[in-house]
Design a protein around this ligand. Structure first.
Ligand code: PGA
Length: 300
């Protein structure tokens, strides 16, 4: 018997719908094209596969046999595709990613969706600050790095996948908390709790102050977003933080975002690796997933 996969797929659709019209709509083919495929299939089989009674069509006994095998063949072709995907390394394997501390507030959500899709992938996640990430990039010590602004002096392949607004927060009791349109100059007398040197958030703050020629009291240097939030709540000063870190505190009104001119400082999240590095299929799939889907999955 000389039949093609295309004929089988057309037959399967007609048999499932018991309608040439519905099958042609599903397959985006004209109705005469569908009828012709079925006629050729019947010629190869040497038996009629459908019979028409009144306005309806039914499967003949041969048609029922064909339907059974057509489905089984289709399933086998899908299995083959799946097995090729495995051979290409897409569904199995290891993924090592290193992310900036702040990215830790949304990366687990994204990994959750990705790993559900590819349950056999083993992920190792390193959460560290920008300085360490730069070392890892230059030592080629990880598959992908996720952080803000890629450094200008490294040859990297970097793609933006989400925004990262940095805001100034205060405790609700702070004198600036209820003010609107706060001028930048008002910050000059304020203590700002800054992240440690080497953090991307800290870099952004320093560049911002320099650009606006502003001196503030960076009264304390604090090595984590969580510790900054606690200190701001305790009234030790204002904090500069990514909006991604603040979901709970803003909901519970433990902290408020200040309405200061030129804020938020808009940074972006990048996924990057050293140019020339050969990405594994898994790493490629994760990078594409971030670029195409992260914005819809993580919302602030
Ligand atoms: P950080 O990084 O958590 O080290 O501040 C954030 C960033 O790179 O924007």
């Amino acid at each position: 018997m000389n039949i093609t996969v295309r004929q089988l797929r057309v037959f399967e659709a007609v048999a499932r719908h018991l309608s040439y019209t519905k099958a042609s709509r599903e397959l985006h083919l004209s109705q005469p094209a569908v009828s012709m495929q079925i006629r050729q299939l019947e010629e190869s089989a040497g038996l009629p596969l459908f019979e028409q009674i009144g306005k309806k069509i039914f499967l003949t006994e041969a048609g029922q046999e064909m339907f059974h095998y057509a489905r089984a063949i289709d399933q086998q072709l899908r299995d083959l595709e799946e097995s090729f995907a495995n051979l290409k390394g897409l569904h199995k394997g290891k993924l090592a990613i290193s992310v900036a501390s702040t990215a830790n507030y949304f990366i687990p959500t994204l990994l959750g969706v990705f790993c559900k899709r590819y349950p056999e992938i083993q992920v190792s996640l390193d959460v560290t600050n920008r300085k360490t990430l730069l070392h890892q990039l230059s030592a080629n010590a990880t598959d992908l790095v996720i952080m803000g602004q890629p450094p200008a002096d490294m040859d990297l392949d970097a793609q933006v996948f989400m925004d990262n607004p940095l805001v100034l927060v205060a405790s609700p009791e702070h004198p600036l908390a209820n003010q609107t349109q706060i001028k930048l100059e008002s910050l000059a007398t304020q203590a700002i709790l800054a992240r440690e040197r080497g953090s991307g958030t800290r870099d952004a703050l320093e560049r911002f102050l320099q650009k606006h020629n502003l001196q503030v009291k960076t009264s304390m240097e604090i090595g984590s977003n969580e510790a900054i939030k606690q200190s701001v709540e305790a009234g030790l000063g204002l904090g500069l933080l990514s909006l991604y870190t603040l979901e709970m505190e803003l909901k519970l009104h433990r902290l408020v975002v200040l309405d200061v001119e030129h804020f938020p400082i808009m940074r972006h999240w990048y996924v990057m690796y050293r140019r020339g590095k050969r990405l594994s299929k898994v790493a490629e799939a994760f990078r594409d997933f971030l670029v195409k889907e992260a914005r819809d999955i993580v919302q602030i």
